[in-house]
Design a protein around this ligand. Structure first.
Ligand code: CA
Length: 228
C-alpha cells in the first residue's frame, strides 16, 4: 500500500511541486494550506508522515508540531519541517518540539524524496530500544531527544544528535564516513565525507569533556570509545 504523506504549506506553487513529485514516486498525498486544516487532516487520516512548513499564516508550523506531538493519536507520525534558509534557531526549537527532521528551502525534489524515504525506513525498522543511553556522565534520552553531561543539558542539532547516537550505539566499532552518511543523513553523495568531519568537530565541541571519546580512525572514519 502506498504511503500517505500530508503536506502543510501555504505557498501554492511549492505545495503543487511537492505533491507532483511525491505522486510521481508513488506516494499518496493530502494537502492543507494552513495549520488548522493540517491538524484536522492529520487526526482524521493518520498519514504516514507530515511535511510541515514552518512559516504558516495563523497557527505556525511550530505550534502545529507541538499540538501533533501532544495528541496520542498523532504523536507517532514523523514530522519533517520545511524551513527557509537562516532559520537555524527555529530548526533546533522545532526539533525539540518533536520534529523528526527538517529540510531547508529551496530543496531539490531528489533530496526531498531521499530524505522522506530515509525517515520512513527508520520508522519501519525502529525496534523497541531503551529510551536512555549513557556513557559515564553523558546521558541521552531518546524519547525527548535531549542530552546531558553531568546533569547539565547540552543542545545538539538533529544531525549532531543522530551522529552521537549512531557512534555511541556502535561503541568500540569503527564507523566509516560513508556508513555515517548513510545512517545519519540517510543518503550518500560524493563529496559529502567532509560534511561528516564538520559535524563531528561541532559535536566534539559541544560534548566538551567527552570530545576524546570520539576517536578519529585515520583514513576510515570514527569510533566511539569502548569504555571510559
Ligand atoms: Ca510558508
Amino acid at each position: 500500500m502506498s504511503k500517505k504523506i500530508l503536506i502543510v504549506e501555504d505557498e501554492q506553487d511549492i505545495l503543487q511541486l511537492i505533491t507532483f513529485h511525491l505522486q510521481a514516486e508513488g506516494f499518496a498525498t493530502l494537502t492543507a494550506l494552513n495549520g488548522i486544516k493540517g491538524l484536522e487532516l492529520a487526526k482524521e487520516q493518520i498519514p504516514d508522515m507530515i511535511l510541515l512548513d514552518l512559516m504558516l499564516p495563523g497557527m505556525d508550523g511550530l505550534e502545529v508540531c507541538k499540538t501533533l506531538k501532544r495528541d496520542p493519536k498523532t504523536e507517532n507520525i514523523p514530522v519533517v519541517m520545511l524551513t527557509a534558509k537562516g532559520e537555524e534557531i527555529d530548526r533546533i526549537v522545532g526539533f525539540e518540539l518533536g520534529a523528526d527532521d527538517y529540510i531547508t528551502k529551496p530543496f531539490s525534489p531528489r533530496e526531498l524524496i531521499l530524505r522522506l524515504r530515509a525517515i520512513l525506513r527508520r520508522y519501519e525498522t525502529e525496534k523497541p530500544t531503551p529510551s536512555k543511553i549513557s556513557f559515564g556522565d553523558l546521558q541521552i534520552d531518546l524519547d525527548s531527544y535531549r542530552v546531558w553531561i553531568d546533569k547539565e543539558q547540552i543542545y545538539l542539532t538533529i544531525t549532531e544528535f543522530n551522529l552521537l547516537l549512531e557512534l555511541l550505539e556502535n561503541k568500540g566499532r569503527v564507523r566509516s564516513r560513508n556508513q555515517l552518511l548513510d545512517r545519519v543523513w540517510g543518503y550518500q553523495f560524493d563529496g559529502y565525507a567532509r560534511t561528516v568531519d564538520t559535524h563531528v568537530r561541532r559535536l566534539r565541541q559541544k560534548i566538551g569533556p567527552y570530545a576524546d571519546a570520539i576517536e578519529t580512525v585515520r583514513g576510515v572514519g570514527y569510533r566511539f570509545k569502548d569504555s571510559e
